[in-house]
Design a protein around this ligand. Structure first.
Ligand code: PNW
Length: 478
């Protein structure tokens, strides 16, 4: 018996679309097959298995490199409109860099997948980069080296050329925040660097420039012929004030600007949020740097960046409460100190199997409204949303309740707040390699048996539940 938090009789708008998502390193395996070379994730985990709680890696993962037809059948049976997956850069360009040779076996793998999707009436939504930088580029500094901008735009152009006749929805990057803050600031994602307050901002700068140039290449050279759209995915933990006080409201706003505005402000308005520029300038001076730790965009770059999106892809899972605390509570320098907000979870919130993920359905509506108000109601596609469980648990009523009530908040945002929401994507189609949590945390509508060489897939109850929502286009109170 799954109850709606409040009665909600809206049905999804006629053009609202539904999908499911995955990412290459998390599902494919086949790490050294078909001419693929190591990505930063392969390299790091082969070198040091201790980085992952269960010492696992993505060498085999869900074996989608071989089982992609079965995956497409599961997506077909689910009845969704689109499948959001990512392409492994080092499968297409084993040497990574600009001008390097295209690997035909890699090209064929995605051609087959895309053709199978299209033949079954499922639209391919392609994420160009979901964290698996070719190690050949990472070894030269990865996102800290500005030459990666040219490497990335070459790679993006190769994909537009190869697949753009069938792929009409492109996503340049998945979650700058995770790539840069976790990857180069806090050593929680590959390449596991910890230079927060410096390297995170440099990474963000190259990645934003790479995004905007790829957007313009598509707009100028491909869109007139292929007619597709290019968006970008940004993740947001919604920052809510801890209490009603003005101070806490300021803290929540600051948190949103430092985590979400850091990336979306440049893409909409051309530059970093003014509050970030000012605070980082000021702190850098106090810390004795002779220039700001936050890099600056040139006038040309600002023009290229401004408005470089056709839709915002929003990954939203959870909410944090925000309150201001003194900058001396944080390491010097650090992104956290630049923001100086303490975040926490309300003790009453239901925790998931993931330490960072609490059940807070109203945060979905609030984050959509916050985005509407700050960026002039842009088109938003929810590109990820999901719940973490442990073990096989086919009877995943907590995941069902999560999806039901988060979607209920999406409907309120659409009908009561006039937010421009295009569609919803469940993370994930199936259990997969959950980064440093290995195979211990499950996000799948479909269970995958990682002890079985065949990687047998078994749909959970949430799979049938989501199937029913997609079919009826409304929430059902079971
Ligand atoms: C996403 N947060 O990242 C990634 O895009 C997926 O690859 C990943 O499997 C999924 O989340 C589940 O972890 C995020 O703290 C991780 O809110 C954490 C947050 C946001 C996004």
């Amino acid at each position: 018996q799954i109850a709606l938090s409040e009665p909600n009789n809206y049905s999804f708008p006629e053009n609202f679309i539904f999908g499911v998502a995955t990412a290459s390193y998390q599902i494919e395996g086949g790490w050294n097959e078909g001419g693929r070379t190591e990505s930063t994730w392969d390299y790091q985990l082969h070198k040091n298995p201790d980085l992952i709680v269960d010492k696992s890696n993505g060498d085999v993962a869900c074996d989608s490199y071989h089982k992609w037809k079965e995956d497409v059948q599961l997506i077909k049976n689910l009845g969704v409109n689109f499948y959001r997956f990512s392409i492994s850069w080092s499968r297409i360009l084993p040497q990574g860099f600009k001008g390097s040779e295209i690997n035909q076996e890699g090209v064929t793998y995605y051609n087959d997948l895309i053709d199978e999707l299209v033949s079954k009436g499922i639209e391919p939504y392609v994420t160009i980069f979901h964290w698996d930088t070719p190690q050949a580029l990472e070894s030269q500094g990865g996102w800290l080296n500005e030459s990666i901008i040219d490497d990335y735009t070459y790679y993006a152009r190769v994909l537009f050329t190869l697949y753009g006749d069938r792929v009409k929805t492109w996503i340049t990057f998945n979650e700058f925040h995770q790539i840069c803050e976790e990857g180069y600031g806090l050593a929680k994602k590959a390449p596991f660097e910890n230079l927060t307050g410096v390297a995170d901002y440099q990474c963000g700068h190259q990645a934003l420039l790479a995004h905007s140039r790829a957007y313009r290449i598509y707009e100028q050279e491909f869109k007139p012929i292929q007619g597709g759209n290019v968006g970008v995915v940004i993740d947001s933990v919604y920052g809510a004030p801890k209490t009603d006080s003005e101070l806490d409201k300021n803290a929540a706003e600051l948190q949103m600007q430092f985590d979400f505005g850091w990336f979306f402000n440049p893409i909409v308005y051309g530059n970093y949020p003014q509050v970030m520029i000012d605070r980082i300038d000021e702190l850098s001076k106090r810390e004795g740097y002779n220039t700001s730790r936050l890099p600056k965009f040139s006038d040309n770059e600002i023009e290229t960046m401004k408005g470089s999106f056709d839709f915002l892809g929003l990954n939203h899972y959870t909410t944090n409460l925000c309150t201001l605390i003194g900058s001396n509570n944080f390491p010097n320098p650090s992104h956290a100190r630049d923001c100086s907000v303490e975040t926490s979870a309300d003790p009453s919130w239901k925790p998931s199997a993931a330490s960072w993920l609490w059940y807070v359905p109203w945060g979905m509506r609030d984050v959509l409204v916050w985005i509407k108000e700050h960026y002039n109601n842009p088109p938003v596609l929810i590109t990820e949303n999901g719940w973490a469980t442990r073990g096989k648990r086919l009877n995943d009523t907590d995941r069902i309740e999560y999806i039901q009530n988060y979607l209920s908040e999406v409907l309120k945002a659409i009908y009561e707040d006039n937010c421009n929401v295009l569609g919803y994507t469940a993370w994930s189609l199936m259990d997969n390699f959950e980064w440093t949590r290995g195979y211990t945390e499950k996000f799948g509508l479909v269970h995958v048996d990682f002890n079985d060489p065949n990687r047998t897939r078994t749909p959970r109850q949430s799979y049938s539940f989501y199937q029913e929502i997609v079919r009826t286009r409304r929430l059902v109170n079971k």
